[in-house]
Design a protein. Structure first.
Ligand code: C2G
Length: 130
């Protein structure tokens, strides 16, 4: 069984996220998603609209997702790959090259980011609605 892992905040889940999760699942048999905790989001200078618990609950309902774990720090990827016996690490290509150090442990694939949608764009546009 080929196990795939990906990491992210996945706030205000949108089709760009789903497109990433769908393609990641198609590259293997089992997809683990590590969702950034609210505390780690603060380290990423991100404040998500939905709490960790609610973002986790939403992601667990996505057909492509087999397991959801929490992402607490930048360093855990290395141990996660061993702990969950991961074969493939996937991220959107806005992260191109940033996780190549994982290539000693598993395959690393960066998938084309879906243009025209982002959580921050949704937040901006909703904020400007009169
Ligand atoms: N994504 C995408 N297309 C979009 C928006 C997002 O493919 N239009 C992808 C991103 O490239 C990422 C995933 O969806 O792979 C999750 O995006 P975010 O929730 O913004 O995650 P991010 O803040 O990039 O956190 O340790 C890694 C970080 O936790 C990644």
């Amino acid at each position: 069984m080929k196990k795939v892992i990906t990491y992210g905040t996945f706030d205000l889940l949108h089709w760009g996220h789903i497109n990433l999760l769908k393609r990641a699942k198609e590259l293997g048999d089992y997809l683990i998603v590590a969702i950034s905790s609210d505390e780690f989001n603060a380290l990423k200078n991100k404040k998500s609209f939905h709490s960790f618990e609610n973002r986790k609950f939403i992601l667990e309902a996505v057909q492509y997702v087999d397991e959801v774990i929490s992402e607490e720090n930048w360093e855990q990827k290395v141990s996660d790959i061993d702990l969950y016996e991961v074969d493939l690490f996937v991220m959107g290509n806005d992260w191109e090259g940033k996780f190549d150090f994982l290539k000693t442990k598993c395959e690393v694939v960066y998938l084309e980011r879906t243009p025209g949608i982002s959580t921050s764009q949704v937040k901006r546009e909703l904020a400007s609605v009169k």
